[in-house]
Design a binder for this molecule. Structure first.
Ligand code: GLN
Length: 208
């Protein structure tokens, strides 16, 4: 069956996420229909969700105001995959370390916004990411990126670190990265988040 993906489109790299999801689905022999989410009502129809970057304070407020936040919480409570990148990770965290962010509490970590300093506002780093289909480093693009301060929760697996700090994590059906995998042509982390997570629920492919 054709899967339905939603990309939360209040801010961020929406088209890039959609393209990465399509590439990852093709690599996993799945067909997928990608929708942009701007209002409540679409998330309940989605099998997988992406929450892009942007400005976490703004994103979290708009998600609450539009009624999308509660739908994302229900999506994850049902065990369906969510992939949150950069500001999306901050919004999805339990503690954003900033009172202006109204967290969703879906990844049991504490984060620090803009953790890599002004000199290094934006940089690319080759990361070893656990669970990828091959060992090649992932070309991770960091843009005013957060770092994870506390990933000690038993629910959380650290998938990658940079400069000694966790920058990619998994909490059950939710994967979060401090960087932007949608800005490269490498869709392995989208594949990991949506198609290779044994702790997430995905409709089976139709029998051949
Ligand atoms: N610095 C932003 C924040 O704290 C995140 C940046 C991004 O998503 N690229 O919300």
């Amino acid at each position: 069956m054709t899967l339905r993906a939603g990309v939360v489109a209040v801010q961020g790299d929406v088209a890039e996420h959609a393209a990465a999801i399509e590439r990852a689905a093709a690599a996993h022999d799945r067909t997928i229909d990608v929708k942009e989410i701007r209002t409540a009502g679409t998330v309940p129809d989605c099998d997988v969700l992406a929450l892009p970057g942007g400005e976490s304070t703004t994103i979290s407020r708009l998600l609450r105001d539009e009624g999308i936040a509660a739908e994302i919480e229900a999506h994850v409570a049902a065990g369906k995959p969510l992939f949150a990148t950069c500001a999306g990770l901050i919004v999805a965290a339990t503690d954003a370390g900033d009172d202006r962010v109204d967290e969703l509490g879906l990844i049991d970590v504490t984060v620090e916004r803009n953790a890599f300093g002004r000199q290094a506002d934006s940089f690319e780093a080759p990361l070893d990411v656990q669970g990828l289909t091959d060992d090649a480093p992932f070309p991770a693009v960091f843009i005013r990126a957060p770092a994870i301060d506390d990933a000690s929760s038993a629910a959380v697996d650290v998938l990658a670190t940079w400069d000694g700090r966790p920058v990619a994590v998994r909490d059950g059906p939710v994967v979060g990265t401090a960087f932007h995998p949608e800005l490269t042509t490498d869709s392995r982390i989208h594949g990991l988040a949506f198609f290779e997570n044994d702790d997430a629920v995905l409709p089976a492919a139709a029998a051949e």
